[in-house]
Design a protein. Structure first.
Length: 342
């Protein structure tokens, strides 16, 4: 079965073709970072309009890349939620319009399930069950994953997501958008121990997170310098921030593995590409004797491949999951644990 995946939940338009026998045949992605950079964040209306412009050219690019005609598609999977309502509507309308024209079934996919399963696209995929850290600009959650649709929430952020804290702290330091990669690069030039920032909820005895206070601590440091903050001070603050957030994420992952008794950890979402986080988790894996799995770097951010793959996995278990009812809807707010097993 050949599944077309369409991702448009926020500021990336992703299209991909996944074959259940041959694997990923092609994928294309357009990022809107340059467009939103001057505003310091995603502008929903601009994001929606850009998805409209990009979807069909990207589809043609993927078809050319894969050597498959449009008629060869057996089903279409699209991101139904969560995400920006307008952006989701673009992907849903394109998916359902194509499906109607081709007389093919269509399937709405949970965006976070796509991220959660994206490490399974790697050459060395994890086996079920595993603990997963979903860590991105909008989400920070620890999940126990026993199979497709079998997800148990272990802990989540009570306020800012980790990626959101990265972006907000980067903005306080005068860095560009998106802030996560910028503050991580700057941290490489910082001096260890120059500043000490709090590790929120590190000893909370549960698996929840809180990053709002860490962002406030960065704000306080910046204000203490008034207008005299130099580049080295910025780098020192960036290093202290990154070390604090990595310490918390690593400790919570270790606690989750201990509580569940599992020995496999999956990292998914945009922050999963963070170099410092990967170094810390890899070191912990060697010391504590567990395995850690990451998506390929190109699949850490939002992409169509993860949606095509997640749709294919659900269809493999339940071919009736897709429908020919093309009256589409989207779910801007949609808890992952609401999904049912197949």
């Amino acid at each position: 079965m050949l599944v077309l995946g369409i991702e448009s939940s926020c500021d990336e338009t992703g299209i991909a073709l996944y074959d259940m026998q041959a694997g990923l045949l092609g994928h294309a992605l357009h990022s809107q970072v340059a467009m939103h950079e001057e505003y310091g964040g995603v502008v929903p209306e601009l994001a929606s309009r850009d998805h409209i412009r990009r979807a069909l050219p990207l589809l043609q690019q993927v078809l050319d890349q894969s050597g498959k005609p449009l008629a060869a598609i057996d089903a279409i999977a699209y991101t139904q939620g969560p995400g920006l309502a307008g952006a989701l509507l673009v992907g849903a309308s394109v998916a359902c319009g194509l499906a109607l024209a081709l007389d093919k079934p269509v399937l709405g996919v949970h965006h976070l399930e796509g991220h959660l399963l994206s490490p399974l696209l790697a050459s060395d995929p994890p086996e079920f069950p595993f603990v997963a850290l979903l860590v991105s600009g909008g989400h920070t959650q620890l999940m126990r994953v026993d199979g497709i649709g079998r997800y148990t929430l272990l802990g989540e952020t009570l306020d800012d997501a980790a990626g959101e804290a990265f972006d907000k702290s980067a903005k306080l330091l005068g860095l560009g958008y998106p802030g996560g990669p910028a503050i991580s690069r700057l941290a490489e030039f910082g001096n260890a121990g120059a500043y000490k920032l709090p590790r929120p909820m590190l000893h909370s005895k549960n698996l929840d997170f809180s990053f709002s206070g860490l962002k406030t601590a960065v704000l306080t440091l910046v204000k203490n310098h008034q207008t005299n903050i130099c580049e080295q001070d910025k780098a020192n603050i960036a290093r202290a921030f990154v070390e604090a957030i990595v310490d918390v994420l690593t400790a919570k992952c270790l606690d989750a593995l201990k509580q569940t008794g599992l020995k496999r950890l999956v990292i998914a979402g945009g922050v999963g590409a963070n170099a410092q986080l990967r170094v810390a988790l890899n070191a912990a894996a060697v010391k504590k004797r567990f395995r850690v799995f990451y998506p390929e770097l190109e699949f850490c951010t939002d992409n169509g491949a993860m949606i095509a793959f997640a749709g294919a996995q659900r269809l493999a278990r339940d071919p009736t999951a897709a429908t020919r009812d093309y009256a589409f809807s989207v779910r801007p707010r949609w808890a992952l644990e609401e999904l049912v097993a197949v």
